[in-house]
Design a protein. Structure first.
Length: 292
């Protein structure tokens, strides 16, 4: 199955006392590039998410966003630093005694002092948290890959249709090539008649010149290779998932053969066919750039 490098997946579930939302999206990239956003206290999950995604995705610029919250609101706990509070209270009483002032110290006064209260993360088992996140990640990645596969099938059909169009142009070029040689021979004969007048034309020399021209503009090798490239293209597309790099190289070969035909043939009709064929090849290349 051919897969696009563009995709999106999302899953939100409540598991094990947590509300977990994971989103994954990707765009074209030559290699596998991964970035991840997680809540600060769950940063340790980033490497595990990268490894999890990379097991199933080989190319693309991947972005994962993870949102995770405890349903009981216990993500963080408030801790009282009693030693600090008692230290403040003792110091204030000593100052009161030294200055001989009224004792108007209240709890709210101590609560406003630094370091009396501390916000700490509730204790969690990282492996237990990961096992929950992995379930949500699997559902999101499944949706993500399904979207990539659906888009990949559409691209595959388009590429195959354009490959058939290339074969059509190849057939027309093959049919037009002999006519090009014949037209050249007729033009050469007419030119010689004009130059020689009543003198006899050397038929052997005429045939030799026509043969040299035919060899110069022959495109048999290129058209044969183009047909072979189409067969290889169909084989690759039928073969597997991560085929983008192979296809990219193969389409370059398509373009090389088309350019060679264009450089060999000065015939206007064939030149037009080459232009049309190269247009189809370029559209194939654009599609291939988005295949994993």
């Amino acid at each position: 199955m051919v897969r696009s490098m563009t995709g999106y997946g999302r899953s939100q579930q409540q598991l094990g006392g947590y509300d977990i939302l994971l989103e994954i999206r990707s765009v074209n990239h030559r290699y596998f590039e991964f970035s991840c956003k997680t809540p600060r206290m769950y940063g340790y999950l980033e490497d595990r998410l990268k490894a999890f995604v990379q097991e199933r995705v080989s190319r693309g610029k991947i972005q994962v966003n993870l949102y995770l919250q405890r349903l009981d609101g216990g993500d963080e706990v408030i801790a009282v630093n009693r030693a600090v509070a008692q230290g403040y209270l003792q110091a204030l009483r000593e100052v009161r005694a030294e200055l001989d002032v009224d004792d108007d110290i209240a709890l709210s006064d101590i609560a406003r002092l630094p370091d009396v209260f501390a916000v700490r993360r509730a204790q969690e088992d990282p492996e237990a948290v990961w096992s929950l996140v992995a379930q949500v990640a699997e559902a999101a990645v499944d949706e993500f890959l399904a979207m990539r596969a659906a888009e990949g099938e559409r691209m595959k059909d388009d590429i195959l249709a354009r490959a058939q169009a290339v074969l059509g142009y190849v057939a027309k070029i093959e049919a037009a090539a002999p006519q090009t040689v014949s037209a050249y021979r007729d033009r050469l004969y007419a030119k010689l008649q004009e130059l020689l007048g009543d003198r006899q034309i050397d038929e052997g020399r005429l045939l030799t010149e026509a043969a040299l021209f035919a060899d110069k503009v022959a495109t048999d090798e290129e058209t044969v290779r183009l047909r072979s490239h189409v067969a290889s293209l169909e084989e690759i597309l039928a073969g597997g998932e991560a085929v983008g790099r192979k296809l990219d190289f193969l389409v370059q070969e398509f373009n090389r053969e088309a350019n060679t035909i264009g450089s060999k043939c000065s015939d206007v009709a064939i030149s037009k066919l080459v232009v049309e064929m190269k247009s189809e090849i370029e559209k194939m290349r654009e599609q291939v750039q988005n295949i994993e």
